[in-house]
Design a protein around this ligand. Structure first.
Ligand code: FPP
Length: 248
């Protein structure tokens, strides 16, 4: 079943013109448009998030089957607290109830889960469920899945600056690698491809340090409609880009 799934997605990728030996090392996704998807169908926003979760799961499965090394998904930002409390609670309820399903998937697929964000500001119930997913999967070496929860790129940089000040590091000795070492997961590689759904063209405070040189791909598809084919399209377009990293 697993071998069959892997074979199918690799065949789909190849048929689209993707070189499966040259996949981006790290893909990050801003999963946007759950609310709009729901309202165009006359559903509540919560139904949008529930359907968004199915896609969240599908993309993790696709990334794992393709043999991708790093996938980071933006599940809840430091700004999302401004939403109505009922919506915030529903997102966290979905997160807790699906954590177990994702842990099972991680066990079966050698996926290592990591959570980035200010976990100390979350309810114990949510934090425990998220930390359990990290603990139970920490020895796997397949896809490394990072889920950003109560995450903000500026908050991450601020937290790194606080560590640097606590350690009384001499500014004259400070270099970029010392900042990177104090991010939530210092060994997270730079993002190669940053995808945003729902037609928005914003970066929204996501992985500010790690995505500084990412290739940006947007699609007008709302997140609950984002299918395997859309994911593969983003990789196909990434492979057409010529990355220069500031050089000629
Ligand atoms: C963006 O859509 C989505 C979110 C803020 C939450 C992300 C949540 C999921 C994809 C649900 C499942 C995953 C987990 C881990 C709970 P939006 O609400 O900003 O949509 P809008 O811009 O159309 O209003």
């Amino acid at each position: 079943m697993l071998a069959q799934r892997r074979k199918i997605i690799k065949e789909k990728a190849t048929a689209l013109g993707i070189d499966t030996n040259l996949l981006p090392n790290h893909i990050a996704v801003i999963m946007d448009g759950n609310g709009r998807w729901a309202s165009t169908k006359g559903f509540s926003r919560i139904i949008g998030h529930k359907n968004g979760y199915d896609v969240f799961h599908n993309i993790i499965e696709n990334a794992s089957d393709l043999g991708l090394k790093h996938l980071t998904l933006y599940a809840f930002s430091t700004e999302n607290w401004k939403r109505p409390k009922t919506e915030v609670n529903s997102i966290f309820n979905i997160m807790v109830s699906v954590a177990q399903r994702e842990i099972r998937f991680a066990h079966e697929n050698n996926v290592k889960v990591r959570i980035i964000g200010r976990l100390n500001e979350l309810d114990n119930r949510v934090r425990d469920a998220l930390l359990r997913s990290e603990e139970e999967t920490k020895n796997y070496d397949g896809l490394q899945l990072s889920v950003a929860v109560n995450y903000g790129g500026r908050a991450e940089l601020l937290d790194a600056v606080k560590k640097i000040m606590d350690e009384k590091i001499d500014p004259d000795n400070l270099d970029e690698s010392m900042i990177k070492e104090r991010l939530y997961y210092p060994d997270m590689p730079d993002v190669d491809l940053l995808i945003r759904t729902s037609g928005e063209m914003r970066w929204s405070n996501f992985l500010i340090w790690q995505a500084a040189y990412a290739e940006f791909y947007t699609t007008t598809v709302n997140w609950p409609d984002f299918k395997t084919e859309d994911f593969l399209q983003s990789i196909y377009h990434y492979q057409l880009r010529h990355r220069r990293f500031g050089a000629l």
